[in-house]
Design a protein around this ligand. Structure first.
Ligand code: ZN
Length: 409
């Protein structure tokens, strides 16, 4: 079959008729608890579905991501949905049990109902339809549907692994982080830093013999607080930020002068800010205050559910795709068709796997999914099932729309 407006309408109608199957998919995905590093069961569920829906290939890579492939056309498109979630804590109050996937009045509730299990449910249904109606020879694209693992702890790394170690390098990427059916095209970057000061310990009763590492840190913290207020806002991402998130001190006892102080810093980066510029700003504060202190960027280390160890520097670059880029335009046109109104653009406040695809590799990346970003990681995660249906139509139609625009040059 060739993709045209009328075949689109036919397949959209079929998706509407099969909304129960879609709802069951999202419900099953919520019912399988999949905390970061514990994604084995959900990976197996998705592999099973990909086989049932006749994907051309379905496997779990060395890191533990689940990867499905449809078609083998020249334009490589990757749909990413991270399938891990943050934990449910004891203090959280849920309206319904977080792993029940309860459906009430057209909404589904539970951990991952927003961040971001809907995207995987939609991708699977869209993939099913593409496989049902289109022979591979008629597909101008290769579509990779990826359920990435460990994203909540190591944003970017799962796709970094896929590109570097598995050799799957897409030309275009769609992320399934919540956008409330808007087309998102960027996010602030982030990084972590540590600053360490050292002094000389002494008995508290003879403190004049010591050098207090905390007093050396004080003016630096003061400088950081002032820096936060002076950081510039750059559209469309707004202002970066800097936050001292932890202070650690060491002394021989609580009755001694501490000879060690270390602060941990959370830094959000807007356009024009990079790892280098953020470190330079801190160096300037240290110099201006005439202190000696050391700046470092910590590494994040973990072991995936497959037993693969990895380490990455805690630096996740900022990225924004241009408004008039063909991928942004394909996203807007597809969304406008499906929503029957002109679709809106936006950017995420939080960080996504786009830090690898767009931030590191410069691969054009956008996002589209149902659900409100601000409900992520909260006990309020809930999703309108009709919005999931709309997103599924988008996932089906986008690859065709993109290839059509590319064809028009
Ligand atoms: Zn997420």
């Amino acid at each position: 079959m060739i993709n045209t407006k009328s075949t689109n309408q036919k397949i959209f109608a079929e998706l509407e008729n099969e909304q129960d199957e879609l709802n069951q998919l999202i419900q099953s995905l919520i019912q399988i608890r999949s905390y970061s590093c514990e994604e084995k069961e959900i990976v197996e569920f998705i592999l099973h579905k990909m086989a049932e829906y006749n994907f051309d290939e379905a496997f779990s890579d060395k890191f533990g991501n689940v990867v499905g492939r449809i078609g083998n056309g020249p334009i490589k498109i990757l749909f990413d949905a991270h399938i891990d979630t943050v934990k449910v804590t004891e203090s959280e109050e849920w309206l319904y049990p977080p792993f029940e996937g309860k459906i009430v009045d057209g909404k589904i509730y539970g951990r991952g109902a927003v961040d971001e299990k809907p995207a995987m449910a939609g991708y699977l249904m869209a993939g099913k339809k593409i496989k049902k109606y289109f022979a591979n020879e008629s597909l101008p694209f290769t579509l990779y549907i990826v359920g990435s693992v460990l994203e909540e702890d190591a944003d970017g790394y799962p796709l970094y692994h896929l590109i570097i170690n598995e050799g799957i390098k897409p030309d275009y990427v769609l992320l399934g982080e919540p956008t409330d059916l808007k087309v998102y095209r960027g996010q602030r970057g982030r990084m972590e830093m540590k600053i360490t000061t050292t002094g000389k310990s002494a008995h508290g009763a003879h403190n004049q013999q010591g050098i207090n590492a905390v007093y050396k840190m004080n003016p630096i913290i003061d400088g950081i607080e002032k820096l936060d207020k002076s950081l510039p806002a750059v559209e469309p991402l707004g202002k970066g930020s800097i936050t001292v998130s932890q202070v650690v001190t060491r002394a021989p006892s609580l009755c001694s002068v501490p000879d060690y102080c270390q602060i941990h810093i959370d830094r959000r980066l807007t356009l024009g800010e990079s790892k280098e510029s953020a470190v330079e700003q801190l160096q300037k504060i240290i110099q201006d205050k005439k202190m000696d202190a050391e700046i470092s960027i910590p590494d994040y280390e973990a072991v995936s559910w497959k037993g693969t160890k990895f380490k990455e520097e805690a630096y996740f670059p900022t990225w924004v795709l241009e408004k008039d880029h063909v991928l942004t335009q394909a996203g807007l046109q597809t969304a406008s068709n499906i929503l029957s109104k002109s679709a809106e653009l936006g950017t995420w406040a939080f960080s996504t796997n786009g830090v690898a695809t767009a931030g590191h590799f410069d691969i054009p990346t956008i996002g589209f999914a149902p659900g409100k970003e601000e409900l992520s990681h909260s006990s309020k995660e809930e999703l309108l099932l009709d919005d999931l249906l709309l997103a599924t139509k988008f996932y089906f139609a986008l690859p065709f729309q993109l290839c059509e625009l590319l064809n028009q040059g």
